[in-house]
Ligand binder design. Structure first.
Ligand code: 0O2
Length: 252
């Protein structure tokens, strides 16, 4: 029963986009809307490819010059029609392709997972230095975590994408975070963030406590890596057995 109620709710929101009996759109009209929507999603997918390629190139270059990878993995997604329609509705905007372009920043999303805290800012700087990338908005939820404990660096960037009919500037949300921040955010996303139910204060407090312990561990791992790097510089390989004495799991 709950599934049927949920399905009815989703249909109601999605009909903003593609029409439905209540709107009595002529069939040709909603097919046209569907075609326009698909074309726009194709453009967002293309923008994701552009940004992902830039990040992969930076990671490759860094691994040659610094002998380690500042990016552990890259994930991406195009927002689903239901989430798009829901967000536009919550903003009081109509669900159509013009409104998507104008009001939504995160239809194309790229998530970059880094090993260490300083990698986040190094990647963000290297990306933003590129002259075809324009920064629209930056939200630093690492310096200023959300009250629930969420941490991540968010960049909304605009990037030119070349299609057969010319160039278009497309927006992409880039979320950059450590493996540890991603661990918390992924689990919290499943159990709390997307849950429409009011949250229990005890659960909120536990989640916040987990986020803080994870942030502390991130700091400690970052400091450990720095200590190991300094030891290596003071005693380059072969001249001292101090670095070699560290277990393999500590080697950067
Ligand atoms: P989903 O399902 O991940 O796509 P903006 O228009 O960008 O200024 P917005 O959209 O509120 O305003 O941006 P914000 O706060 O930067 O958050 C955008 C995205 O960050 C979310 O997308 C999540 O992916 C992630 N996020 C933000 N807050 C939290 C949080 O408290 N917990 C978790 N797990 N993720 C968070 P969506 O579309 O909400 O969700």
């Amino acid at each position: 029963m709950r599934y049927e109620e949920e399905a009815a709710r989703r249909k109601e929101i999605l009909k903003d986009f593609f029409g439905g009996p209540a709107q009595a759109d002529p069939p040709g009209e909603w097919i046209e809307k569907l075609v326009q929507f698909e074309a726009l999603m194709m453009k967002y997918r293309a923008a994701i490819r552009e940004v992902t390629t830039k990040l992969e190139v930076l990671n490759d270059e860094f691994s040659v010059s610094a002998k380690r990878n500042p990016i552990e993995s890259i994930q991406s997604r195009v927002k689903r029609p239901y989430s798009i329609a829901k967000k536009l509705r919550s903003m009081g905007q109509p669900a159509n392709v013009d409104a998507i372009r104008r009001y939504l920043n995160d239809v194309a999303g790229v998530r970059v997972i880094c090993p260490f805290l300083d990698d986040i800012y190094a990647i963000a700087d290297m990306l933003l230095q590129q002259d075809d990338i324009h920064l629209v908005k930056k939200k630093d939820y690492i310096q200023h975590p959300k009250p629930n404990g969420y941490r991540s660096l968010h960049l909304i960037v605009e990037i030119p994408v070349f299609f057969s009919q010319g160039k278009e500037l497309m927006r992409v949300e880039v979320q950059i975070r450590t493996v540890a921040m991603n661990f918390w955010a992924s689990l919290e996303h499943q159990i709390q963030y997307k849950n429409d139910l009011p949250s229990d204060p005890e659960i909120r407090a536990e989640l916040l406590d987990c986020a803080e312990r994870i942030a502390e561990t991130d700091q400690r791992m970052f400091q450990l890596r720095n200590r190991i790097q300094q030891a290596r510089q003071t005693h380059p390989a072969g001249q001292s057995d101090q670095t070699n004495a560290l277990p393999d799991s500590f080697q950067p």
